[in-house]
Design a protein around this ligand. Structure first.
Ligand code: GLC
Length: 530
């Protein structure tokens, strides 16, 4: 057996302390291993590191509320509280056909949304997976890719989008343009009934770009910083709506970018469209963020625009940035600090890094690696597969937590299949308990963010619904219950008045509703310049 951190026998730590290696029982193939007792001892340390007391949660909520207020007053704050120029709630009667393009943390999605009124809609969509390379390539390439996907979608769904029998003059030679495809479709079997636009007309597009963008108008947005592991150069500080328009202009597409929105704003509007009790929207996915409806009179930093102070406007909080740089309020463990320092954006998105799906698996992996280094776990086995940053998917935490078997067969499966490692029952119980601690902390911190908005807006007594979306909220077992428990820990019994529910598709449907609201507002001449 080579002498390495994975060796068996005894290990002397730099502190001089010697760790004995424990041996498995026969049914565990006689490999040396840690005993259940040792794992339970270790667990206690992690319990105290990852557990948030109600008192601590209340302190975080307080600081959070103050940060939100500050972001509304002054421009350029860490939590930027971005005015979105989405004015007030939808009526539910918005109708029409809209395109939505959704650049999230993991996928690119193109949707065709038909709003039917009465809170009803139909949606046709295609998803494209984004590669890690695309996230780091020049921004212009990224937007070119978006425009190409949009074009493919339009060409594929041509019959239902563009009216048949296009004007021959519109047909170009290369045969790849929309106009040409329209003519081809006209020659085909389709009747062309129900087409959305006539040749020469344009279809409104809502672009859901889920990164912090400072907006001067609804169809503009300067990228403040990339988040969620994106790093495409040549994009930060630039108007991404304009970059996308430029990419779009390389194709002959009958599309007009009407609104640039954040996924949280879309979620807020879409959830309210179907459930008017919704007052706040949150995303717990690859990233973590919230939006809510604010009184314009409270947004001091845009007072100079002269917008009616009695109007309401959605605010994209970008709360993932809470406690960035200063690190005064959030209880970070040594593992959180490593996640932060090894990320492409050290010091930024401090709140998000403790909560979102992008990071939870990595936090757990770092704990495991430390215990391997200390000679506590996987003795005598080759653990090199765990050395790869981000190899431990947050989905593994969900699976471990939901394993219904006494033997924790799911946990066995994860470690043997993905990491070629054998585990003892004690280790498996430890891993599951660790997943619980990390998942629970994420949910309780999320509750602090929600509580801060509730407190700021005075929603506690009357209560409200919080539309929530994202893989963590939708797939992580017990996440919503833990958020609700957290709200009770912060507010006492009244915390029960705040209830999260699975949101409507904000980036698709929400984006379409906002495009419709914007069109109606502009047609009516209300704040036409924003
Ligand atoms: C990140 C982005 C934010 C987005 C959130 C959820 O925090 O900065 O804009 O809303 O992820 O996708």
């Amino acid at each position: 057996m080579p002498a390495s951190r994975r060796g068996s026998g005894s290990i002397t730590l730099p502190s001089g302390q010697t760790l004995a290696i424990h041996t498995r029982t026969q049914d565990e193939e006689g490999l040396p291993h840690a005993t259940k007792r040792t794992m339970a001892d270790h667990l206690r340390k992690f319990e105290s590191l990852f557990t948030l007391t109600p008192q601590r949660m209340r302190m975080i909520t307080e600081a959070f509320s103050e940060t939100l207020e500050l972001g509304l007053k002054k421009p350029g704050q860490v939590v930027p509280m971005i005015p979105t120029y989405v004015f007030g709630w939808p009526t539910g009667e918005e109708v029409g056909d809209f395109l939505a393009l959704d650049l999230g943390g993991t996928n690119l999605r193109v949707c065709l949304v038909s709003l039917k009124g009465n809170g009803q809609f139909e949606i046709t969509q295609t998803k494209y997976r984004l590669t890690e390379e695309q996230k780091q390539e020049d921004g212009e390439n990224l937007f070119d890719f978006c425009a190409e996907c949009l074009k493919t979608f339009i060409l594929t769904n041509m019959d239902s989008i563009v009216e048949q029998g296009a004007d021959e003059e519109g047909v170009k030679e290369d045969g790849a343009t929309v106009a040409a495809a329209t003519a081809q479709a006209a020659a085909g079997e389709s009747e062309g009934g129900g087409a959305l636009i006539k040749p020469g007309q344009e279809l409104a597009l809502g672009f859901t770009f889920s990164y912090p963008c400072a907006q001067e108008r609804i169809d503009h947005g300067e990228l403040i910083r990339w988040t969620k592991g994106f790093g495409a150069p040549n994009t930060e500080g630039r108007d991404v709506a304009e970059m996308f328009r430029k990419a779009l202009s390389k194709h002959d597409l009958p599309i007009k970018l009407t609104a640039l929105i954040n996924d949280t704003t879309g979620t807020l509007i879409a959830s309210h469209y179907v459930n008017p009790r919704t007052k706040i929207a949150v995303i717990f996915g690859t990233g973590c963020n919230a939006a809510y409806m604010e009184h314009v009179s409270e947004i001091d930093k845009i007072a100079h625009l002269g917008i009616d102070p009695k109007a309401d406007m959605a605010i994209n909080c970008e709360w993932g940035a809470f406690d960035s740089f200063e690190h005064e309020h959030l209880p970070r463990t040594p593992y959180d600090i490593i996640v932060d320092q090894t990320s492409n954006k050290p010091e930024e998105q401090a709140f998000e890094k403790l909560i979102s799906g992008r990071y939870l698996g990595e936090i757990l992996r770092l704990v495991i690696c430390e215990l391997i280094d200390e000679g506590v776990l996987f003795l005598g086995q080759n653990t090199y597969k765990l050395d790869e940053p981000y190899c431990f998917d947050t989905a593994f935490l969900s699976l471990m937590e939901s394993d219904p078997t006494d033997e924790l067969l799911m946990v066995i499966g994860i470690f043997t299949h993905f990491f070629a490692l054998e585990t003892t029952l004690a280790e498996r119980q430890f891993f599951r308990a660790l997943a619980r601690l990390i998942g629970r902390r994420a949910a309780r911190l999320s509750a602090c963010g929600i509580a801060a908005i509730v407190q700021k807006m005075g929603y506690l007594d009357e209560g409200c619904s919080v539309g929530a979306d994202g893989s963590l909220y939708n797939k992580y077992p017990g996440f919503a219950d833990r958020v609700h428990e957290g709200l009770i820990d912060i507010f006492g019994e009244k915390g029960k008045n705040i209830v999260t529910h699975h949101a409507e598709d904000g980036s698709g449907v929400g984006s379409a509703i906002i495009a419709a609201m914007t069109k109606m507002r502009k047609d009516a001449g209300i704040y036409p310049n924003v």
